[in-house]
Write a protein of this length. Structure first.
Length: 500
């Protein structure tokens, strides 16, 4: 399939944008100007101002002589680039390969995309009409090469769609400015009487390079397709991506679910064939009013199960705002991993923590309460309770060691331990009662002490004597006394955790 490119020239980019925001300026003559070398120079002008002969590059003083009532606005550096990036994002509904072409254009690689709109002519017509509806005056060009499409958009009087293989014949009558040449070189060609590309297109490459320069050779041969020119897209397309264009804009949840199912079935089939599983994905929808929305999901385990992924997306479909209708859906995988062989797990009596069932359960829970609401801890090589567990978000990660103690540990630890007022019969005995947050707890059963020494290689401090205690209501707590008993100093008791 031959390559096909579209160049979009925004003839009045900055002034069109201001007119869109301020409708009272429509049809009026105004310009943007900025200071250059001690004088103000016009950088952009409306079509009405251009009819008076006011063009970009003219000094503001000369323009005021032609039109004394000319409205002038200060130019903002980089404003055109920001606008073009926004328009490039809008054009992603037509093709995933869109590049910004400073200072006033866009480049689109539409290879294999035009049939979605009924052919090249219908594709270009739809694109231009919708940009015109937004308020932009554009001129497109379509050809086999970027250079030819660019030249046609800016210089051709007719035939904006160049038939495949006809780019050489199309370039011959165009002026040299259609080749994206610098101003000094254009002036040189004009002085030599070379007013069209056809006047030098048949010259040998060595002659052109010697009489002019290598840049002219490069631009000419790029337009002819004899030198490679690559389009660098604004957004690099994902390796696993599926697009679905709607014949008619959709608004109902049923239609959105049908589109999502179609995309997932196609994507999952491809992932299955390549032994890959999805970890993160985003569904982007493009509305006919130009707005874009996204819905993203993540999984704890690589998967290509269509039903499971649909359930994760369905939890968030209520956030989709279709507006007047959605015309395009794009499903992209942000991260993939190889899928492990799950056949051996079928013979296991109980699924492990990294099983597919557990992973899918966690995915559904995360879809409802958020990923931050799920925590997993593995044993760490520390005796000190605060350091004996390490958090991890990877359910497939295996512990490097087992828990170092067979003593009971509370299901909830306080970080840091909280001070309590405790009373013991003798200094080395467990407490008989303690007060915590204004409530008195009378102890009926105790177990301990269990002494845990400080890890001196990490920090300094007292050891702890831990007790498992149970109050009259049957609630169990993990409390400790810090350090040895000293009759000259008060004892310090702490509550460190709660048992089930």
């Amino acid at each position: 399939m031959p390559k096909r490119f579209v160049s979009i020239w925004f003839r009045h980019l900055l002034t069109d944008r201001l007119t869109i925001r301020r409708q009272e300026l429509k049809g009026k003559a105004f310009v943007f100007a900025e200071p250059q070398r001690g004088r103000k120079v016009i950088t952009a002008a409306t079509a009405t101002a251009e009819k008076y002969g006011i063009l970009p590059g003219m000094t503001l003083a000369d323009a005021k002589v032609i039109a004394p009532d000319l409205q002038v606005f200060d130019a903002t550096p980089g404003r055109n680039e920001k606008l073009l990036k926004g328009l490039a994002e809008w054009c992603l509904r037509y093709t995933p390969l869109v590049a910004v072409d400073l200072p006033d254009g866009l480049l689109l690689d539409v290879t294999g995309c035009t049939h979605l709109k009924g052919g090249e002519r219908a594709f270009l017509k739809d694109l231009v009409e919708r940009l015109a509806t937004l308020g932009y005056d554009v001129r497109p060009g379509m050809a086999d090469t970027i250079g030819c499409a660019w030249g046609v958009a800016r210089s051709a009087k007719k035939g904006l769609i160049v038939a495949p293989g006809k780019h050489r014949d199309t370039l011959i009558p165009l002026p040299p400015s259609a080749l994206r040449l610098p101003l000094d070189l254009l002036m040189k060609l004009h002085n030599l009487g070379l007013y069209t590309v056809g006047s030098f297109i048949h010259m040998p490459k060595a002659v052109i390079r010697r009489r002019f320069n290598k840049d002219m050779v490069l631009r000419l041969y790029q337009a002819l397709g004899q030198e490679e020119e690559f389009l660098i897209p604004m957004q690099e397309p994902m390796p696993y991506s599926e697009r679905l264009a709607c014949l008619e804009p959709v608004r109902t949840r049923t239609a959105i679910e049908m589109a999502l199912t179609t995309l997932l079935e196609t994507l999952c089939k491809r992932l299955y064939q390549e032994g890959k599983g999805l970890r993160n994905a985003v569904l982007t929808y493009y509305r006919i009013d130009g707005k874009i929305g996204t819905v993203s999901i993540g999984t704890n385990h690589p998967t290509h199960r269509c039903n499971h992924l649909f359930k994760l997306f369905s939890l968030k479909l209520d956030t989709v705002a279709p507006g007047l209708g959605i015309e395009l859906f794009v499903l992209e995988t942000l991260a993939t991993e190889p899928v492990t062989d799950m056949q051996a797990d079928l013979w296991a009596a109980k699924p492990g923590p990294d099983s597919e069932e557990v992973a899918e359960l966690l995915d559904r829970v995360a879809g409802r309460i958020g990923v931050e609401g799920i925590q997993r801890f593995l044993p760490a090589e520390h005796f000190w309770p605060e350091r004996s567990a390490e958090p991890t978000g990877n359910i497939a990660k295996k512990p490097v060691n087992e828990w170092r103690t067979d003593k009971p540990r509370p299901i909830q630890l306080l970080e840091p331990p909280e001070t309590i007022e405790a009373m013991a019969l003798t200094p080395d005995y467990p407490p008989k009662q303690f007060n915590y947050k204004g409530t008195r707890h009378v102890i009926v059963h105790t177990d301990g002490p269990e002494r845990i020494e400080r890890e001196w290689w990490l920090d300094q401090g007292e050891h702890r004597d831990y007790y498992t205690v149970e109050d009259e209501d049957g609630r169990r707590y993990w409390v400790f006394r810090s350090g040895h008993y000293d009759p000259d100093k008060p004892q310090h008791w702490y509550l460190h955790g709660f048992f089930a």
